[in-house]
Design a protein around this ligand. Structure first.
Ligand SMILES: [Zn+2]
Length: 236
């Protein structure tokens, strides 16, 4: 059993590094996706602001056109009222209409002012967001360039480690033991073996029962930590 443990320890030494490099390779795309999603969320928010601003501009234009038409109508009414000034009844009717047109112009102007204020408020929110997006995009581009380099370096390191792993005595270990070992490796963050020191598992720092130590010291079987499941070994 000592030979198996020694072979597993040799393997663990390389596998621990392999695990770290793979973690790194997994981390980079995750990090990239997270940053990209952040940026896209900000862009969507800005697009909303901009759509509202555009809509406001359309409404404003409509109101301005309306006010222009009403002013023209008012001038026409004033001319007509002047022409019929002999007829008191029609003058009163014209004045009544002129007042209502004036009121409509006033309302359109008030509404326009509100729209302009809203557009200004919107721009106050949009401008810093636009600057933030621009800055974030620069950071993201830098991250991407670095991530590309880091990933390439990690892949190269991984190739080296995988070649190194082949020189370790994998064939000395039975397939089922190797399978268990690899499962623990994945489940326990790249560390499948743990030293038992003073009856304390150095993987999870839990005190193991005395019989675990006895079985391990006997050296006839692989003994696993009952708490973290790692394969235990004693230092020579
Ligand atoms: Zn443990």
């Amino acid at each position: 059993m000592r030979d198996v443990l020694r072979a597993l320890l040799d393997l663990q030494e390389v596998d621990r590094e392999i695990y770290r490099v793979k973690e790194e390779l997994r981390r980079l795309p995750k990090e990239r996706d997270r940053r990209r999603a952040d940026l896209e969320a900000k862009r969507a928010r800005l697009a909303e602001f901009e759509a509202e601003t555009r809509l406001g501009k359309v409404k404003l234009k409509e109101l301005e056109d309306l006010a222009t038409q009403q002013r023209q109508r008012m001038r026409k009414l004033e001319t007509e009222a002047m022409a019929s000034r002999q007829d008191a009844a029609s003058v009163a009717a014209y004045q009544h209409e002129i007042r209502s047109v004036k009121k409509e112009i006033g309302e359109a102007e008030e509404e326009s002012l509100k729209l302009m204020e809203a557009a200004e408020a919107q721009e106050k929110l949009a401008a810093p967001l636009r600057a933030e997006i621009e800055a974030d995009q620069k950071v993201f581009d830098e991250f991407m360039a670095n991530a590309e380099k880091e990933a390439a370096a990690a892949r190269k390191r991984l190739d080296g480690l995988l070649a190194k792993r082949k020189t370790r005595g994998v064939e000395q270990v039975e397939p089922n033991v190797l399978r268990d070992y690899e499962q623990i490796l994945e489940a326990r963050d790249g560390l499948a073996l743990a030293e038992l020191d003073n009856r304390i598992c150095q993987g999870c720092y839990i005190n193991v029962p005395p019989n675990v130590y006895v079985r391990l010291a006997r050296g006839l079987e692989l003994v696993r930590c009952q708490s973290c499941d790692r394969i235990l070994y004693l230092r020579d």
